[in-house]
Design a protein around this ligand. Sequence first.
Ligand SMILES: *Cc1c(COP(=O)(O)O)cnc(C)c1O
Length: 396
Amino acid sequence: MELKEITTPSYVIDEKKLRENLELLSDVQEKSGCRILLAQKAFSAFSEYPLIGRYLAGATASGLYEARLSSEEMGKENHIFSPAYRESEIEEIASICDHVIFNSFSQLAKYADTVKGIQEKRGITDGIGLRINPEFSTQDEPIYDPCAPGSRLGITIENFRKGVKEYSGEFSLVSGLHFHTLCEQGFEPLRKTFDAVEDKFGEYLALPQIKWINMGGGHHITKPDYDREGLIELIQRIKCTYSKPCNGCVNIDVYLEPGEAVALNAGYLVTEVMDIVENDIKILVLDASAACHMPDVLEMPYRPPLRDSGPAGEKKYTYRLSSCTCLAGDVIGDYSFDEEIHVGDRLVFEDMAIYSMVKNNTFNGIGLPSIYAMDESGECRPVKEFGYEDFKMRLS
Ligand SMILES: *Cc1c(COP(=O)(O)O)cnc(C)c1O
């Protein structure tokens, strides 16, 4: 099936783009010696996990469900971070996760023995980590800045020092440190952030017990202008500086866990124009919705790229793109086109693989888009369809 023949609305995963991203990431792994994990919260299209698993070291999760998904569908390294874990879930988590990262010394104290006991039976001896907060902001959006004042994410150096004293027994079980502070950023912010991490936490990184460091996600590694050479050099320097004897060899593992970068520009949302109404401006009513199918458009907010279009007024015909919901603000943006648009035409939103399928919803009783995969030759195959039951199932 060709792209123009699929049902709408549909997400289409572009496997060629995905593979190209994975090749870039795999090249960074090979040259630097780091290990890269898919952050599933950005992209959990598990039908592609076998492909992703051929290139990356594994996946990371924000909770039990994502951890189960990668355990079932990828079966490689499986990591988890959550601000807090449920007592009823921690044993299952420890039995399927290779790294369990805690956000506080109180969570560490509560669960470290349980996790260690279960992981040791699986032959894992370095599976417990702590998330640190270097308190070094590199962006202006507080909603995406874990270093913003008052953030719950990660342990500040002041609390870390206290924790190491107060919980010295539990701290001796910690084998790694994790930080995640970036969002859609280049290499320079990472370099500066790592300087801050070293400045504050360097003495802990140097401890013999610390066998790995995880530098989180938010790295736009697969963007054409990303300084991958810089990244590779930084990782090599970290490995040299903080290496220590470990099982007879000398090393420290460096992890990255990008979400966006894995599936950047590797998917589309295809929609059909259902009606055109006029109120000062011509408004397209689409069968896709910002609120339901691309919530980041309203949440971030941002204007998604649309194939063969320009900003309002640039091309001959300008329209406001909107949806079938009752939410007045469910507007995607104003776009212009060379040709007049008609009812029944199809529009293709770009870069719709990430933070789309994982965030969609059935608000207004709007159906979920189908999922297609487009292979290297451009052939589209249906992966999943949704219907009324998917709407009803979540309600009572
Ligand atoms: C969101 C998140 C990621 C992935 O971030 P991207 O911006 O999609 O690369 C990785 N690690 C943690 C802890 C996260 O919260």
